[in-house]
Design a protein around this ligand. Structure first.
Ligand code: FAQ
Length: 336
């Protein structure tokens, strides 16, 4: 799309014309950019999804972050530190992408800590053992990759571009999780049992990350027509199952689903039905760790108030200094 909202109104174009142009851009698989005209619903949907995604990255730092001080070696501690730091970075790119749509980052944070906006259900589960760190990398980052690689082709430019780097990093995260689990599986019986226990606890919640089944997903049809989402929740869930089954075999763990089997005819694995009432409970705030996760985020935000105030005061001083220097130079220039 070429014309900005201002240019368009100057040219006397009406909304129908702009809407036609927007539809044509989507149909041609071209990108919508921040200054382009877009329907209010498209803007709202993107802000909703990108904000939820950003909140997920930031809240997602907590379950694994809990293990930084207790990692079993310096090497594992350094790896975990770097991974959790990457997640903070992903949150920041995503909040920036939401800002290009006119959202205000401080308001998005308030919406999260006041419970008015969602974040991924997966981050409301506990991490009682170090095997959880490996399984989060393998399953949760693996699911994130399945879901987010298609988002690199999302119709909204800033979101799509942010996803390219995020996906590269998630890929690396997934491999570190799998490598950690391979190491534990080569260890003692106790370590192998720990891995299997973590797999048993994270499998179903990981399948739920993709959202409700297609016939119960109110946003999918619109988001797919706008090419924000490129695949349905069920398609991506199937892709994740097909990708993960051979990895589980190689690792030597059992996925906790008696209905899991290869379907020759479909060319995919059949699998059981997640407990959708659990997903609804967790999304609505009643998961095993919802209260703890949000209250920790709220406390961190409140404790960080002085940093934001100091940064704002510093920026104001810098701006005043720059202005003063410019004024002095102008006066000296005029006097010379
Ligand atoms: N949890 O109509 P749909 C990560 C909500 S990042 C909570 O199907 P949609 C990295 C949904 O928002 C993980 N809420 O909705 C990492 C909607 O509510 P609303 C996050 C959920 O948007 C790894 C309602 O249910 N990834 O893992 C969930 O078309 C390791 C109806 O659902 C993203 O955000 C859920 N699981 O599809 C970090 C990716 N599922 O807003 C740390 C981008 C659904 O109408 C460690 N997002 N809901 O009130 C998406 O692809 C989509 O938004 C979906 C949901 C697929 C999540």
């Amino acid at each position: 799309m070429t014309s900005t909202g201002t240019e368009a109104s100057a040219a006397g174009w009406d909304e129908a014309r702009l809407s036609e142009q927007f539809d044509a851009t989507i149909a041609k698989d071209q990108r919508i950019e921040p200054r382009d005209w877009m329907p209010d619903g498209y803007r709202r949907t993107l802000i909703r999804q990108i904000a939820q995604h950003a909140h997920s990255e930031i809240i997602g730092m907590q379950p694994e972050g809990d293990w930084i001080t207790r990692a079993p070696s310096l090497r594992r501690k350094a790896i975990l530190f770097a991974k959790v730091q990457d997640e903070a970075g992903h949150g920041l790119y995503l909040y920036s992408a939401a800002e290009t749509l006119g959202a205000d980052r401080a308001e998005l944070t308030d919406a999260l800590i006041e419970g008015r906006q969602k974040y991924s259900s997966i981050f409301n589960y506990p991490t009682p053992t170090f095997a959880d760190v490996g399984v989060i990398g393998w399953f949760v980052d693996g699911a994130a990759i399945c879901n987010q690689v298609p988002l690199c082709r999302c119709s909204y430019g800033p979101y799509a571009r942010a996803m390219v780097r995020v996906c590269k990093e998630e890929s690396f995260h997934q491999r570190q999780g799998y490598e950690l689990l391979l190491t534990m599986m080569r260890g003692t019986d106790g370590q192998r049992a720990m891995v299997q226990d973590a797999v048993d606890r994270w499998w179903w919640p990981s399948l739920m990350m993709f959202g409700p089944p297609d016939d119960d997903s109110p946003n999918s049809a619109r988001s797919m027509a706008w090419k924000i989402k490129r695949h349905s929740n069920d398609e991506l869930r199937q892709r994740f199952v097909d990708m993960t089954v051979p990895q589980a075999e190689k690792l030597g763990v059992t996925l906790p689903d008696p209905e899991l089997s290869w379907n020759e005819e479909r060319g995919h694995h059949d699998f059981g039905t997640p407990d959708w009432s659990e997903l609804q409970r967790v999304i609505s705030g009643d998961g095993p760790r919802n209260v703890e996760r949000v209250s920790r985020r709220r406390a961190a935000h409140e404790e960080g108030a002085w940093v934001r105030e100091a940064a704002t005061a510093h920026a104001a001083k810098q701006a005043a200094r720059t202005q003063e220097t410019a004024r002095t130079q102008k006066t000296e220039g005029a006097a010379a």
